[in-house]
Design a protein around this ligand. Structure first.
Ligand code: FAD
Length: 488
């Protein structure tokens, strides 16, 4: 049955009247990219509906950005609100060479940021990374031109540079600014999940929805990441059950990765999951599960196998800390039974994981033996922590004295766990956002932006990702719209 909806959709009866046929012409072979939703019978050769304008899957910031610059688009959004995960975000945007930096006398350039990149993300900048870095001041100018007010926020924990800008109205303000700047030719349909991609003769030919196959000659996947999918996160990162959890996933349902598997699309860098570090699965010394610590109480110090600290542990808001932990061996959070018990009793969230138990000992030298770190260095490290806490002297690693835990009490240690925050891998795309198949060839008519494409291009964020990747999400949307215009 052919259905006609309002707006830019029409029944493909137009075909009979000489209107352009759906991409690939009448269906001769359909690769069914979906695992759910209506499945047209083989006898059906035409889409149930036809969109004259590109279809964008997802109304997060990347979907809104690409739709904005396309000028005309049909945006299909599964949830009942626009903005995707950015609606709940602080809205930090990584940008360099901006007026906000200049106003406080900071000289910053894409080249300086590129020079820091490997230390930040664990991998050298790619050509896409450099293109993104060079574009960030333009992103800033565009957002400010749309009415967004930005302020410089906290410095990066690794370099100390101030490159994170935040809207004074937070992520929701960013979303509303994007939405307010959508041209009239963009229609956003809420509560309209896409169940799969349709291909005809090797090119994208539309999407499957509850209303059937909607045909279009251009489809843009902007459906976000997969941190809410334990199967995908554990498969690609190697993290075991109970050692991690998703953080505020809000619809990061992994649809793009599923469609890649179903349709032979390429994926890349799926192991690059940006994660915060916390302590999970705290089991009491007596074997009783006690709960977990509050993310931002950080009542511990981290040491590696050398028994020394290596980072300001209070920067748990940053995915960069995760990289620092991963690049060291035998990292432990060291604290006291009393400190952690106090934090657990104040924690506002329930026990999430029962992972590795505490290791406790009578003193720090014995604890070091127990956890396999340098037994001379660990007592010295904890003595210096006590000194920093009480003397209020400056910590060489930058942590405020007031946040250090007391070292008095029964020494204990446990492993930091991971909180999966966002993906820096996804559908394989070229530098303009064209989706590649598993063999690396361009799939005509199919594009991907934002987290679905690893923040724009998988590998852009190195091994660990970076904070403020919303600027890359926007960049990828605007860049891809330019690529689509160039092809049409
Ligand atoms: C609490 C929180 C705080 C954050 N803080 C920051 C921050 O300060 N800075 C930063 O850089 N990043 C932050 N992030 C991450 C950031 O929000 C995301 O990386 C960003 O929103 C990704 O944009 P996107 O458009 O690619 O995907 P999303 O924002 O995830 O949007 C994807 C959209 O697609 C929809 N969708 C999914 N599947 C389908 C389907 N099958 N059919 C139709 N629609 C579908 C989803 O409902 C969603 O609306 C935060 C995230 C959260 C949750």
């Amino acid at each position: 049955m052919l259905l006609a909806l309002s707006g830019c959709l029409s029944a493909p009866a137009d075909l009979d009247s000489g209107a352009p046929p759906p991409a690939g012409g009448p269906r001769s072979a359909v690769d069914d990219g979906g695992t759910a939703g209506p499945q047209p019978s083989d006898a059906e050769l035409l889409p149930d509906l036809w969109s004259d304008v590109p279809i964008v899957i997802g109304a997060g910031p990347s979907g809104l950005a690409v739709a904005m610059d396309l000028g005309e688009a049909l945006v299909l959004e599964a949830s009942d609100v626009i903005g995707g995960r950015a609606r709940w975000a602080g809205g930090f945007l990584y940008m360099v060479g901006t007026e906000e930096q200049a106003a406080i006398g900071t000289i910053d350039t894409p080249e300086l940021a590129a020079a820091d990149w490997e230390a930040l993300t664990g991998a050298a900048p790619t050509s896409a990374t450099r293109t993104f870095l060079a574009a960030t001041d333009g992103i800033r100018d565009r957002l400010v031109g749309m009415g967004l007010v930005l302020r410089l926020d906290r410095p990066e924990p690794v370099t100390g540079h101030l490159r994170l800008h935040a809207p004074t109205t937070l992520g929701v303000g960013l979303v509303e600014t994007l939405a307010a700047n959508l041209p009239e030719g963009v229609e956003v349909r809420l509560s309209t999940p896409v169940h799969g991609l349709v291909f005809v003769d090797g090119r994208a030919a539309g999407v499957r929805t509850d209303a059937g196959w909607i045909g279009a000659d251009t489809v843009i996947v902007a459906s976000g990441g997969f941190v809410d999918r334990a199967d995908l996160v554990e498969l690609h990162t190697g993290w075991g059950p109970g050692t991690w959890r998703a953080g505020d996933a809000h619809g990061a349902d992994g649809a793009a990765v599923d469609w890649a598997s179903a349709s032979g699309l390429g994926t890349a860098h799926l192991d690059a999951v940006g994660a915060y570090r916390d302590v999970l699965g705290i089991a009491g010394a007596d074997g009783q599960a006690m709960g977990r610590t509050s993310s931002f109480a950080f009542p511990w110090v981290w040491v590696d196998g050398s028994g020394t600290r290596f980072v300001d542990e209070s920067a748990t808001w940053s995915v960069l800390l995760s990289g620092l932990v991963d690049s060291r061996s035998n990292v432990w959070a060291v604290t006291t039974h009393e400190s952690i018990a106090a934090a657990v009793s104040e924690a506002d969230r329930p026990l999430l994981v029962e992972g590795e138990a505490w290791r406790c000992a009578d003193d720090y030298a014995a604890l070091a033996e127990e956890i396999g770190v340098d037994s001379t260095a660990l007592p010295e490290t904890m003595a210096s922590v006590a000194e920093l806490r009480t003397s209020r002297a400056a910590d060489p690693l930058g942590r405020s004295f007031s946040t250090f835990p007391s070292t008095d009490g029964a020494p204990c240690a446990f492993r930091p766990g991971s909180i999966a925050a966002k993906n820096f891998g996804g559908l394989a795309v070229d530098d303009d956002g064209r989706v590649l198949d598993a063999a690396g060839a361009v799939v005509p008519g199919l594009w991907a932006v934002g987290e679905a494409a690893g923040m724009g291009v998988p590998g852009l964020g190195g091994a660990w990702g970076f904070d403020g990747s919303l600027s890359a999400v926007l960049w990828s949307g605007w860049r891809t719209a330019a690529g689509i215009h160039a092809e049409r």
